[in-house]
Design a protein around this ligand. Structure first.
Ligand code: SF4
Length: 379
């Protein structure tokens, strides 16, 4: 049976961080109750329809901050998924969590309910950097959250860190990496801070009150991350992601292989049977539309083969193992080499990709220019 990844968006946070351009909104208890009811109703719609006969290989609660919901709602969400869908016996079930939103008892209840992976938004172990990032939690709360997650029985734990912060020194970044590695996480994600339109940081940058380090310095931070984390025994399996052997995020691997996924909740996107669709962003509108229509899709399109090929390549190249050519050719019934002949030759000449008859992979040089290399296949 053709499996898929199920994503559930919980769009609430204790506070909106200055750099955040995710679909996240300040907590509102009354709305959150209606939101969970709407989610359960949306599940029923898809379980009776296009996803009903598919096996769920992974479940991922992201946000926002899923752990702003009380444990009984997190339990109810998972129970309803299990009741409605065909969930695989070894399903990876992740919830994102932010420090300052979870204590031991809800973590234990989540673990008992079946959540088996937790992804904690650390961002930095340094108090001044947390303040600069406009994060609401303290360094102490990070240590406590990781400790409680372990105590609750989470043996698959991921930490997120952010680098290239304004004024950040390499020594500070090295210390952040060392502190993260000291927690022995099964998975580690490191992202550079970017300034996105319509965020508070964008306004600050426009006023000259916030400046990111120059690109070459950002590259040094990235190289330091790869060196330090791989020397600690982790596999660098995706541009920004590292794991202990066998602990890749299986849910994200579905995305990177451009596999099928169903997204439920405000602003969630889906890719199912060649069709892409997305729900409306605003939680109150999402609730209203689910209540009246059962769905809240505001956009859908059937991908042209050329679009689907470009996206498969774009996502596959993010993986350090690159993209396998034979499955690509079987999926799209085309010759990879003939389709991308010109782009391949030009990138190979510049040593930005390596290619054999089985795989196309970003070279170490290409890795540092990944965004622009990948774009070459999209034009
Ligand atoms: S916790 Fe995450 S999702 Fe929520 S506002 Fe901050 S960055 Fe955005």
């Amino acid at each position: 049976m053709n499996s898929l990844g199920l994503y559930i968006h919980i769009p609430y946070c204790l506070h909106k961080c200055g750099y955040c351009d995710f679909n996240s909104h300040k907590i509102n208890t009354e709305e959150m109750d209606s939101y969970v009811k709407a989610l359960l109703k949306e599940m029923a719609h898809y379980a009776q329809g296009p996803a009903g006969d598919r096996q769920i290989a992974t479940i991922f609660l992201g946000g926002g901050t899923p752990t702003t919901l009380p444990a009984d709602q997190l339990e109810e969400i998972l129970k309803t998924i299990s009741d409605r869908f065909n969930v695989s016996a070894d399903c990876e079930i992740t919830s994102e969590a932010n420090p300052a939103t979870v204590s031991l008892e809800p973590l234990q209840r989540m673990r008992t309910a079946g959540y088996n992976r937790i992804s904690i938004g650390v961002q930095s172990f340094h108090e001044p950097e947390l303040k600069l990032l406009d994060r609401i939690h303290s360094e102490e709360e990070i240590h406590m959250t990781v400790e409680k997650a372990r105590e609750a029985g989470f043996d698959n734990l991921s930490l997120d860190l952010m680098f290239a912060l304004p004024g950040q020194t390499m020594a500070s970044w090295e210390d952040n990496l060392a502190q993260a590695l000291a927690k022995d996480p099964e998975h580690l994600s490191t992202y550079n801070l970017t300034i996105e339109p319509e965020t508070a940081f964008h306004t600050l940058e426009a006023k000259g009150k916030l400046t990111l380090p120059p690109d070459d310095f950002q590259l040094e931070f990235y190289k330091k991350s790869i060196q330090t984390i791989t020397e600690a025994g982790y596999q660098h399996y995706e541009i920004s992601n590292f794991c202990q052997p066998g602990k890749e995020c299986r849910h994200n691997l579905i995305y990177w292989h451009n596999g099928d996924s169903l997204g439920l909740g405000a602003g969630a996107s889906s890719f199912l049977d060649g069709s892409r669709f997305k729900n409306c962003n605003l939680p109150s509108r999402y609730i209203r539309e689910i209540e009246t229509q059962g769905t809240a899709v505001e956009f859908s399109e059937q991908l042209e083969p050329s679009q689907a090929m470009g996206e498969t390549l774009m996502l596959g190249l993010r993986l350090r193992e690159g993209m396998a050519i034979k499955p690509f050719e079987e999926r799209f019934q085309t010759s990879f080499h003939k389709t991308y002949d010109h782009t391949i030759s030009s990138l190979a000449e510049k040593n930005l990709i390596t290619l054999d008859k089985n795989r196309i992979v970003l070279s170490p040089e290409g890795l540092f220019l990944a965004d622009s290399v990948i774009l070459e296949f999209m034009v």
